[in-house]
Design a protein around this ligand. Structure first.
Ligand SMILES: [Zn+2]
Length: 372
């Protein structure tokens, strides 16, 4: 990276700017994700994803914030004239990290969380040292805001506190692992200035504030229900008015799987870190317990919002190409009850089974820790 300013491809850019920006990024950083649909394609080719009834193994179930399911059908299935509501996408056959063609892992998945129309496929890199998962077709960058029109961060969290449940968890072996996740793995780091990138409502930062951190959030989605008392910059990270090298820690909780170019995003985060600062990125682990247990129903796939899904091996490559150092990748399963609630199809004892899943899960998410 040297002294060149890294760029970040976050959604929200106008379509006219895209080809020029993609050109800049390719020129300035050879480690960036390959932006085109093929090696010869610089500009994404718009293509609507196909519309046909979902296969019986994958019914459309919308999940609310508490992961209780209700059956629903996107209106476009019954009104084909609404095809303009489909998400424009492009072919994406090759692994952006090693350029190998991916094999089909899952076909015709639907959006179970927000009901975004369309059917989505997941590819897996055939390089056994990589095995990155990604969406094909890949939504165009200018379409990404439409994937979040009904996202859970737009409404206040009205779920009642489950005091008995949390008291129970205090006496389980996963209590310590839950604490580490809640503190962004910064429990051994002296408090200072903390930036959470893609912070959503900013609710997680209230806990870090109590631990003594001076917190700052950043979020690109202006429709979030912001938490009172948490400063949040609304807008892209690469144009945010933050001073370079001014944060002691930068955290990303379930963010890098949502962006078209995670290497560029981590490189931008690195720019805001002080020497000796800490970057922490938490992301679903495709090698983990949830994917093994629930296959195409695994919440970590979350089509079409999770554009790439990582494992510890390819996450290390992403971090190295972003210029990060002292890379440590751990796994954690202590907050996987929601993943299990969404994964179990039958209601019978679902909550009990989900809690038991969480107690034994060890590797549901990857936790990347690195220095700039
Ligand atoms: Zn690969």
């Amino acid at each position: 990276m040297g002294g060149q300013p890294p760029h970040c491809l976050l959604h929200g850019h106008g379509s006219g700017v895209m080809p020029r920006m993609l050109g800049q990024i390719q020129e300035k950083n050879s480690g960036m994700f390959h932006p085109g649909g093929s090696e010869h394609t610089q500009v994404p080719i718009p293509r609507s994803n196909k519309l046909f009834p979902p296969p019986p193994h994958n019914p459309i179930i919308l999940l609310n914030r508490n992961f209780s399911a209700r059956l629903a059908t996107p209106p476009c299935r019954y009104f084909p004239c609404m095809s303009s509501h489909l998400i424009r996408a492009r072919d994406y056959p090759r692994c952006p990290l090693c350029q190998r063609e991916g094999r089909w892992l899952y076909r015709n998945l639907t959006d179970r969380l927000c009901g975004v129309p369309g059917h989505w496929n997941i590819r897996q890199c055939t390089n056994t040292d990589c095995e990155l998962l990604w969406l094909d077709p890949m939504p165009l960058e200018e379409e990404l805001p439409r994937l979040y029109e009904d996202y859970y961060t737009h409404a206040p969290d009205t779920a009642p506190p489950r005091r008995l449940y949390h008291l129970f968890l205090r006496f389980t072996p996963i209590h310590r692992q839950r604490q580490r996740l809640d503190a962004f793995y910064l429990e051994d780091h002296p408090p200072g200035r903390l930036l959470e990138v893609g912070c959503g409502s900013g609710q997680r930062l209230t806990h870090l504030q109590r631990l003594g951190w001076q917190v700052q959030g950043q979020e690109i989605d202006s429709r979030i229900h912001a938490t009172p008392g948490i400063p949040i910059h609304i807008g892209p990270l690469d144009t945010a008015p933050f001073v370079p090298q001014s944060f002691d820690a930068v955290a990303l909780n379930h963010v890098i799987e949502h962006v078209p170019d995670p290497i560029a995003l981590l490189a931008t985060c690195r720019r805001f870190l002080r020497p000796g600062g800490r970057l922490v990125a938490i992301t679903p682990n495709s090698d983990g317990d949830g994917h093994r247990a629930f296959g195409p129903d695994w919440l970590g796939l979350d089509p079409p919002r999770h554009l790439h899904v990582f494992n510890p091996r390819n996450l290390r490559v992403v971090a190295e190409r972003a210029g990060l150092r002292d890379i440590v990748i751990e796994t954690n399963g202590a907050r996987s009850v929601g993943v299990a609630l969404a994964g179990y199809r039958h209601k019978r004892f679902r909550k009990l089974r989900a809690v038991l899943f969480q107690l034994r899960a060890r590797a549901e998410v990857c936790v990347l820790q690195a220095t700039p």
